[in-house]
Write a new protein. Sequence first.
Lengths: 111, 115
Amino acid sequence: AAGVIQSPRHLIKEKRETATLKCYPIPRHDTVYWYQQGPGQDPQFLISFYEKMQSDKGSIPDRFSAQQFSDYHSELNMSSLELGDSALYFCASSLNYNEQFFGPGTRLTVL
Amino acid sequence: DQQVKQNSPSLSVQEGRISILNCDYTNSMFDYFLWYKKYPAEGPTFLISISSIKDKNEDGRFTVFLNKSAKHLSLHIVPSQPGDSAVYFCAATAETQGGSEKLVFGKGTKLTVNP
């Protein structure tokens, strides 16, 4: 069965650089969620999109932005990276607000 | 403030016995609860869920119990198998103003099933 795809799986950036994370939801899923999981922490909700429109916003820094495209894939753009942005970034997708299915995550390391 | 709490960071059980993972929540607006299992370097994998209108949901070796009055839920795994060793996250949702249902996670319980 198709799963959520995230790319890249690993990303290393310097401070103040920018990063773009991509998420390809399960086909026909209409909602995409982004979560950030810091070391030893639980996943924290960042932002979500329903039918290509932003539907909710959590603890997402102003330096971050995201969008969902016509093919339903989503991108999380992160600028002016800080050391504290080093984390696992998960994308999840769902259909009609049912269970969320997570991708494998992107591990971002900011040096 | 932690709206979803998993007070046991770790649990160790013998293979074949029952594993019971507990979760408490504080937000009475939560109306749907989920358990996820997570292996290192992988995303959380959905296990089982329960709606707030039910008090029990069963799927194979996994059963989730919900006690709304106590704002408590638990995940029972029986019989436990070594492959069940992972971090288990309890999560809850409530529909937000935007219409989405973001997940609020607990901090997880690391389950170790010993052969």
